[in-house]
Design a protein around this ligand. Sequence first.
Ligand code: F6P
Length: 319
Amino acid sequence: MKKIGILTSGGDCSGMNAAIRAATRTALGHGVEVIGFRKGYAGLLKPDFLEMGTKEVAGILHRGGTFLQSARSEEFRTPLGREKAVRHLEEMGIGGLVIIGGDGSLNGALALHRMGVPVIGIPASIDNDIPFTDMALGVDTALNNILYAIDCIKDTASSHDRAFVIEVMGRNSGYLAATSAIASGAEYAIVPEVECDLADLCEQLRHRWEEGRSNAIIVLAEGAGKAQNIADTIKDVIGFETRVTVLGHYQRGGAPSVFDRLLGSRLGHAAVELLLAGQKGKMVGLCCNAIVPTLLETVVVSERRQQDDLHSLSLILGI
Ligand code: F6P
């Protein structure tokens, strides 16, 4: 393999740059050329790319987002779009591809693999909904962002005797909500994986209120309900003054944490080593602190459901 390509696809996250840098420098160290495609699969279709040397990936490790930029490409979802992508790779003499992204991007990676392109995927999504990796890239940084925000909101909640419903991202995954609730000492977490008993929530808050604890933090996963509805219910049932904060895209940016810099570096390096060793159609993940490859076929048909335990813990500790 003389030349490889790298792209970041789907929602960006902190740590992607670390993975790009590590993959690039590992390949260059083996005398392999590196092409970076801009804006994910869209860059492959245009094609829109840059040749990556050591210098191109200097000074990006500490930056959030992805310097290659990212996108969700409709055209790439079509058979014609995928054929065009394969054709461009062949014309450019690219023998393998490192694809950094979430579940949609890994599905795209599998499609390319089935069309004969040697591909290694790197899990990157703050949702942490990708199986066969304990943590995806970007999750730790997002959690640190969320914790900073919740700590700030707790200060004002306690000054005013208010309950706050804080909405965090995660799409259909409650990982960010459950873990940030545990780590921030929130009173309650609401996640999509577990049906929320609003009566139970109000009962708990009433109990706290009667004990003289007159502020509360409820962390809501975006896929689990409407923050304003929950806040209104709390106000109607117990008269608690409530406010809503939607953290939004703030969660996805910012300088990557040490954990995400290390994870991105390890995954980026491993992805290229595997490609150059002739392995393909796999995703590299973090399993019990080792970097472990798993077939993309297995990854995309599996489901990750570890939120139930974390959610229970958040409720036990939130009393
Ligand atoms: O998948 C990552 C994620 O940040 C989700 O948590 C969120 O629902 C979605 O992307 C937001 O997508 P966009 O950036 O396209 O608005």
